[in-house]
Design a protein around this ligand. Structure first.
Ligand code: FAD
Length: 499
C-alpha cells in the first residue's frame, strides 16, 4: 500500500472542503498526515445545497457522529425521497414520489414493475408508482423514515439541513481533531517545473506548501482549472438550467413532511426543502427561456410572497472537469463539477469522490479513478436528462424544447427505447450496468410517474394472461409497514431533547 502524503492543503471551506478534510483526516491522521484547510471568509460559501441522498447518513456514520449530535445544530430534518409535482399533464399523474429504497420494496416492487409493463403494452391496470412504496407512505403520513428496532428491514434515508450550519459543524468537528484552519484569500498558485502544484500564495504574503492539494474552491476551480488548466465539459446541451433564485419562507401551519418537493414551473422547477426552523425554496431555471426578474416574480407568486420578499440570485456552472485528479491535486464539490440539483446529488458525489480517491491512492489507480468519476457524473446526468425528456408538459417554449431534446446518450436512448417498446426495463438497466447510479426502481418510478403510457382510449381491460394485483392488499401492506414508523415532529422533538 502506498504511503499517505505527509501534508495536504485543501482550498475551500464550503461543505465540500470540510467533508473532504474530515474524511482524509479520519483515514490519514494516524499516519501523521498534516491537514490544513484554507478558506476566505471574505469570499464566503455558496450557501445553498440543503438536500441529500442516503450517502450523507453513511458519511456521518463513518465519522462516528450521532444524529442527535449534528441534526439539531444544523436545523436538519429527515428525507424519505422527493415528490415531483406539475411535471405531467396526464390525468392522474400530476405528482409522483421518488422514494429512497428500502428492503421492504422487495415485497411490492415486482408487482409494480410487472404492472408498468402490462400498462405499457396496452393493458388497463393500475401502474402509478405511489401505492407500491413504503417510503412514499411514510412521507405522506407525516412520519419519519426511522425504522424501529422491531422492523427488521433496512430503510435508506437522507436529510435536509442548513448549508451554513453543516459547514460550521464540520469545521468544529475537524479542528478539534487536528485540522488546521486558515482564513485568508489565495491570490495565486505556484507550480513546479514539471507542472505539479508547489504552493498556494495568499494575498497576505503567506505561502502554503503541501504534497497533496484539494481544490474545493467552488465554481472558481482556482487550482484545477485556473492553474492546472484542466478542461471543463459543460452539460448545457442536454441540461438547460443555468440559474437559480432562492428565498426562505416560514414553517407552514400544517407542518412538514419528510420529503423535498420539486414543482415544475414555466422554465424550470422550484424546490421546497423543510428544515426545523424554515422552508428553503429555490427556482432552478434556464436563462434562455426566462429572465431573472420574471423568474423571481414566478417564485414569489408560487410561494404567495409579495414583491418586497428578498430573492437571492445564483449562476450555476453545469458540467464537469475532464479529470478530477490531476498531478498532485484532486478536485471536489463545485470545483469538480455540478449537475443541477434536481436529485440533490452534489454532496453524494463529494463523498463518493473522496472515498474512491482514498482507495485509488492506496493502489495508485489514478486513471481508473478519473474514469469512474466521469462515468458517475454521466450516469447521474442521464437520469436528470430523462426527467426533462419524458416529462409530459408542452405548455411553454422551455418544456417543448426539453421534451423534444434529442441530445441523449446511447445509454439513455436504450432505457427510453426499452420503456416505450414494452421491454423489460430492469434487464435493460442491468445490461447497461447503470443500476449503480440509479436503481431500476428509480427509473420505473420516473417513467411511470409522468404517465408515460398509452392514452386511456388505447388501453384494453386485462385478459386472463395478465396477473391482476389486489391494490387493497398492497395498500394494507404498505400502510401497515408505515404505521411502525414514528411521527416526524415527534422524532425531531426527541433529537432536540437528546442534544
Ligand atoms: C442552486 C443550487 C442548489 C443546490 N442544491 C443542492 C442540494 O440540494 N443538494 C446537494 O447535495 N447539493 C446542492 N447544491 C450543490 C451544493 O451547494 C454544493 O455542492 C455544496 O455547497 C458544496 O459547495 P463547495 O464547497 O464545492 O463550494 P462553496 O460553498 O462555493 O465553497 C467554496 C470555498 O472556497 C473558498 N475560496 C474560493 N476561492 C478562494 C480563494 N481564492 N482563497 C481562499 N478561499 C477561496 C470560499 O471561501 C469557500 O469557502 C446546489 C447548488 C446550487 C447552485
Amino acid at each position: 500500500m502506498r504511503q499517505p502524503p505527509r501534508s495536504v492543503v485543501i482550498l475551500g471551506g464550503g461543505t465540500a472542503g470540510w467533508m473532504t478534510a474530515n474524511l482524509l483526516n479520519r483515514r490519514w491522521r494516524e499516519h501523521g498526515t498534516k491537514i490544513s484547510l484554507i478558506e476566505s471568509s471574505a469570499i464566503g460559501i455558496i450557501g445553498v445545497g440543503e438536500g441529500s441522498t442516503p450517502q450523507l447518513k453513511a458519511f456521518f456514520d463513518t465519522l462516528g457522529i450521532d444524529e442527535a449530535e449534528w441534526m439539531p445544530r444544523c436545523n436538519a430534518t429527515y428525507k424519505a425521497g422527493i415528490e415531483f409535482a406539475g411535471w405531467s399533464d396526464r390525468p392522474g399523474y400530476d405528482r409522483y414520489f421518488h422514494p429512497f429504497p428500502t428492503d421492504v420494496d422487495g415485497f411490492t416492487q415486482g408487482q409494480f414493475f410487472y404492472s408498468t409493463r402490462a400498462r405499457r403494452t396496452g393493458r388497463d391496470v393500475p401502474a402509478h408508482p405511489d401505492p407500491f412504496f413504503v417510503q412514499t407512505r411514510i412521507a405522506r403520513d407525516g412520519r419519519a423514515p426511522l425504522a424501529p428496532a422491531n422492523f427488521p428491514f433496512l430503510v435508506s434515508y437522507g436529510y435536509h439541513f442548513d448549508a451554513h450550519l453543516i459547514g460550521a459543524f464540520l469545521r468544529d468537528f475537524g479542528t478539534k481533531r487536528g485540522i488546521q484552519h486558515v482564513d485568508t484569500r489565495i491570490a495565486s498558485v505556484e507550480l513546479t517545473e514539471n507542472g505539479d502544484v508547489k504552493a498556494l500564495l495568499a494575498e497576505d504574503g503567506r505561502r502554503f506548501e503541501a504534497d497533496l492539494f484539494v481544490d474545493a474552491s467552488g465554481f472558481r476551480a482556482t487550482i484545477i482549472e485556473g492553474a492546472l488548466k484542466e478542461p471543463h465539459r459543460p452539460f448545457g446541451e442536454n441540461l438547460f438550467n443555468d440559474r437559480a433564485c432562492v428565498t426562505p419562507t416560514p414553517w407552514p401551519a400544517e407542518g412538514i413532511q419528510a420529503c423535498t418537493r420539486s414543482t415544475a414551473k414555466s422554465a424550470g422547477w422550484i424546490w421546497h426543502i423543510p428544515l426545523t426552523n424554515r422552508i428553503g425554496n429555490g427556482y432552478v431555471y434556464s436563462s434562455r427561456y426566462i429572465d431573472k426578474d420574471a423568474a423571481a416574480a414566478e417564485l414569489r407568486e408560487h410561494l404567495g410572497l409579495g414583491e418586497e420578499a428578498e430573492v437571492r440570485h445564483l449562476e450555476m456552472k453545469c458540467g464537469r472537469i475532464e479529470r478530477s485528479w490531476v498531478r498532485n491535486c484532486v478536485a471536489v464539490g463545485l470545483a469538480q463539477g455540478f449537475l443541477e440539483p434536481l436529485e440533490a446529488t452534489a454532496l453524494h458525489i463529494v463523498i463518493n469522490t473522496v472515498e474512491s480517491f482514498l482507495a485509488a491512492w492506496d493502489e495508485d489507480k489514478r486513471d481508473e479513478f478519473n474514469a469512474n468519476i466521469a462515468r458517475r457524473y454521466e450516469g447521474i446526468r442521464d437520469y436528470l436528462v430523462c426527467h426533462y425528456r419524458t416529462a409530459r408538459r408542452s405548455d411553454t417554449e422551455y418544456w417543448r424544447a426539453a421534451t423534444s431534446n434529442d441530445a441523449l446518450s446511447d445509454s439513455l436512448k436504450g432505457v427510453i427505447g426499452a420503456w416505450f417498446a414494452g421491454a423489460d426495463l430492469e434487464q435493460e438497466v442491468v445490461r447497461q450496468d447503470i443500476g449503480k447510479y440509479y436503481l431500476p426502481m428509480s427509473w420505473h418510478c420516473m417513467l411511470a410517474g409522468y404517465g408515460n403510457y398509452p392514452g386511456q382510449d388505447q388501453l384494453k381491460p386485462p385478459g386472463p394472461d395478465i396477473v391482476k394485483f389486489d391494490m387493497a392488499d398492497i395498500d394494507r401492506f404498505v400502510g401497515g409497514c408505515a404505521m411502525n414508523f414514528p411521527v416526524l415532529s415527534e422524532a425531531l422533538g426527541r433529537l432536540e431533547e437528546a442534544e
